[in-house]
Design a protein around this ligand. Structure first.
Ligand SMILES: Cc1ncc(COP(=O)(O)O)c(C=O)c1O
Length: 370
């Protein structure tokens, strides 16, 4: 593959070459042949029953603890609408997923940012905030291969968060679309599985393991919360896409999903290694935590680096990324998120060269303006 004219480090989506197109086509044919009545009907807002059962079994839950939605963003929106009112406090990680940030802002939530460390949210800072009087209804946590920070929440922090949620009476929203994409180290238990007092509502998605266009995600959690979300879903859209969910059910239950996950992980590990190597070589000023899985790597450049100028200079070179400021209420001017999910290794190498050239250009400009 030759280096593309324009390279995007911006989109948190897989490239087409790592989507199991043929296996999905075959799963779709089987799904529609085996259960046309189920796939072509409205169904209910709970989701396509065989998929809901598969998800429930995977988490050791009953089907009543699961609702399958059109992507996990839809699940998030339902949950926020169910639990939150304007003015309610919500803890978010800083930085956090930009769309979550936007939807909480749109709802008028009182956002309480708590800094991320290389092993997840700073639980001591959170505890101080709570001791000082913060009373969140919800804490939004991305535990694995964080978007945008790439980091993973340590096991002892998962346990501490559960204790804090119990003590200070808030819901932990465990937003976990990347969990299956670990390519280094040992997997950690979900907070959902450690929860003994119905504090956790868990979301995940098939966007990163199957494909984003299928738009299938889900929530798992306490039956009462799930029942309320199901009611809200009925009133919003009657039911999610049964055709999509029937395909995902067949893809998952047949085991084809395991091959798909392996393909994605193999490619992502290669891409992450290419990215880390290129950054070390071409841009030694870059500081980053090497992600153990997932799609993203967060880069901190020396304080004072003008991220807006860097973004413009990179664009001129034919490279786009997302500015750090998009993921924070304040700060992030000298940081950026690189998504390595949608670009092959050759373009990653070329993209980093362009980034380094843009960085040199921005550095020269600011030096000459001193
Ligand atoms: C942390 C996080 N939550 C939710 C989503 C949305 O996923 P879906 O495609 O299932 O709506 C994403 C997608 O990038 C994400 O990174």
């Amino acid at each position: 593959m030759s280096a593309a004219e324009s390279i995007s480090f911006a989109r948190g989506a897989p490239s087409l070459d790592i989507i199991a197109v043929d296996e999905l086509r075959a799963a779709a044919a089987r799904a529609l042949e085996q259960d046309p009545a189920g796939a072509f009907a409205y169904g209910t807002s709970a989701g396509y029953p065989p998929l809901v059962e598969w998800i429930a079994e995977k988490h050791g839950l009953a089907p009543e603890n699961v609702v399958a939605t059109n992507g996990s963003m839809q699940a998030d929106a339902f949950l926020f609408r169910h639990l939150l009112e304007a003015g309610d406090q919500v803890v978010i990680e800083a930085p956090s997923y930009d769309r979550t940030l936007l939807s909480l802002r749109d709802m008028g939530a009182d956002i309480v940012p708590v800094e991320l460390e290389s092993d997840g949210i700073d639980v001591e800072a959170l505890e101080r905030t709570l001791r000082d009087g913060a009373r969140p209804k919800l804490a939004h946590i991305i535990p694995n291969f964080h978007n945008p920070a790439g980091c993973t929440l340590a096991l002892e922090k998962r346990r501490r968060l559960l204790e804090l949620a119990d003590h200070y009476d808030f819901i932990l929203f465990e937003d976990d679309p990347y969990v299956e994409l670990r390519f280094d180290g040992e997997g950690l238990p979900t907070m959902l599985s450690l929860d003994e007092s119905e504090r956790v509502v868990y979301a995940s998605s098939f966007s990163k393991t199957v494909c984003p266009g299928i738009r299938v995600g889900y929530l798992a959690g306490p039956e009462k919360t799930i029942a309320a979300v199901r009611r809200m879903a009925t009133n919003t859209y009657i039911s999610p896409s049964m055709v999509s969910q029937a395909i995902v059910a067949e893809f998952s239950r047949s085991g084809a999903i395991d091959g798909s996950i392996e393909t994605v992980k193999r490619a992502l590990r290669e891409r992450r290694d290419a990215l880390a190597g290129a950054l070390e070589r071409e841009l030694p000023d870059a500081r980053f935590v090497l992600p153990e899985g997932g799609y993203f790597l967060w880069v901190d450049l020396p304080e004072g680096t003008d991220g807006d100028a860097l973004f413009e200079a990179a664009k001129e070179q034919g490279l786009v990324f997302v500015k750090g400021t998009d993921f924070l209420l304040e700060g992030g001017e000298s940081s950026l998120r690189i998504a390595y999910s949608g670009v092959g290794t050759e373009d990653i190498e070329e993209g980093v060269k362009r980034l380094a050239a843009a960085y040199a250009q921005v550095g020269e400009k600011s030096a000459s303006s001193v």
